[in-house]
Design a protein. Structure first.
Length: 406
């Protein structure tokens, strides 16, 4: 028999909707009472509530009712980093701190939780969280403000139903989390959609992402399923690395509806860009990364992998295999680079339909790459440049295994 959890309404603790006053203290008082009672459900009713940093704890569900809006304050004094260390190693690396202008308080956000379990954030239809693009002149790139939802080392996490808009930095930061379910979440504008560094056992389904930056990002990810999601971006469909990553029945569609805030552009940079930063612990080589039953349309590049390239942040552990099956690809404008730089990697395409400009090479690989094509249909004459100096042209439906080692 399921035990009914206690319910706490924030207005019972002094929160007043639709006031131009910060409501953080009263809402946090409600959350703390729920925590002290052993957990339960905290209710955000209809109306707009201006907030800074809120902290959730174990066994708490934050429920946004229909019409509820959490509006991030534009005053940085309303935010706090709670001084809890992140699992993301590069935050302490002097090189990257200087390169990206990362402040010591970088990990601060609107809704936060640290080292906890059994947390849910549930939004009913019409509920939203809005980061308001809060500006921080001392933040990342000297303009990015707080994270949106910031959850570190959480076991058993469930996110569902709300819309996150105008994140001042990453919309969702899930670092070191385990057993994660995300369903029916919408992201509009702002920066990255889902950052998943060091997280594992993740299921993300039926989400709609229209991001100014990467839709998915993170490395050292393990066992990720992304299913039936729409991904639109003015940066990369993903900048990612890990093992056991499957993107299934997804649509990747450029250009981005909302701008890349640091560049003011809308074009999609790449569908897949590898991520393996040198200044963090990555436990194993990346591999078993698959795209199945997907549609890919309109991007500058299909792939971006050049192992060892520090500028591309691909200089920790290498990628071993990447596959696409039952995928259609069109509207790619530039040559993709896929190079192992001495580390063996397999690129596998099966039942793929490709339309590409015959005037330039579609793909440039090096001698580390094994290219396995099974029933790949080239709708136009398509050139692939091999690492041994050969240039091969394909047209029609092709099955071939290519190894450019001497």
């Amino acid at each position: 028999m399921e035990i009914k959890k206690a319910v706490y309404l924030i207005t019972d603790f002094g929160a007043i909707p639709d006031r131009d006053e910060v409501q953080t203290a009263t809402i946090q008082k409600c959350i703390d009472r729920c925590r002290d009672a052993g957990g339960g459900e905290v209710i955000i009713p209809a109306g707009t509530f201006l907030v800074g940093s809120l902290r959730l704890y174990s066994d708490i569900t934050l429920r946004l009712q229909a019409g509820a809006v959490l509006l991030g304050s534009r005053d940085l004094i309303d935010y706090y980093d709670f001084q809890v260390p992140s699992t993301i190693g590069y935050l302490q690396d002097p090189y990257y701190k200087k390169l990206w202008n990362l402040p010591d308080y970088y990990f601060y956000g609107i809704i936060t939780a640290f080292e906890a379990e059994n947390i849910k954030i549930i939004g009913e239809p019409g509920s939203a969280i809005n980061g308001q693009d809060t500006f921080d002149e001392n933040g990342e790139q000297k303009f990015r403000g707080p994270m949106g939802i910031l959850l570190s080392k959480i076991n058993n996490l469930h996110l569902e139903g709300y819309c996150f808009e105008n994140s001042a930095n990453w919309s969702h930061t899930l670092d070191g989390c385990n057993e994660v379910v995300i369903r029916n979440v919408t992201i509009r504008a702002g920066h990255d959609g889902f950052n998943l560094h060091h997280s594992k056992a993740i299921s993300i389904s039926d989400c709609h992402l229209e991001c100014g930056d990467d839709c998915f990002a993170g490395y050292d990810i393990k066992n990720l399923l992304v299913k039936n999601c729409y991904l639109n971006t003015s940066c990369n469909g993903m900048r990612i690395g890990g093992t056991g990553l499957l993107f299934k029945q997804c649509v990747f569609h450029g250009p981005g509806k909302y701008p890349h805030l640091s560049e003011g552009t809308h074009y999609t940079h790449a569908i897949f860009k590898y991520y393996s930063i040198e200044s963090d612990v990555i436990h194993e080589d990346a591999g078993d990364i698959k795209f199945s039953d997907c549609m890919i349309q309109d991007a500058d590049k299909f792939l971006a992998y050049e192992f060892g390239n520090k500028d591309l942040i691909q200089n920790n552990r290498p990628l071993r295999d990447l596959s696409f099956e039952n995928v259609s690809i069109s509207g790619i404008r530039q040559t993709s680079i896929f190079k192992g730089s001495g580390e063996r990697v397999t690129l596998f395409l099966k039942n793929v339909q490709l339309a590409f400009d015959p005037e330039i090479p579609f793909l440039r690989i090096d001698e580390s790459v094994r290219l396995d094509l099974q029933q790949v249909t080239f709708l136009q004459p398509t050139v692939i440049e091999m690492g041994n100096g050969k240039t091969l042209q394909f047209e029609g439906t092709v099955t071939v295994k290519l190894d450019s080692r001497p």
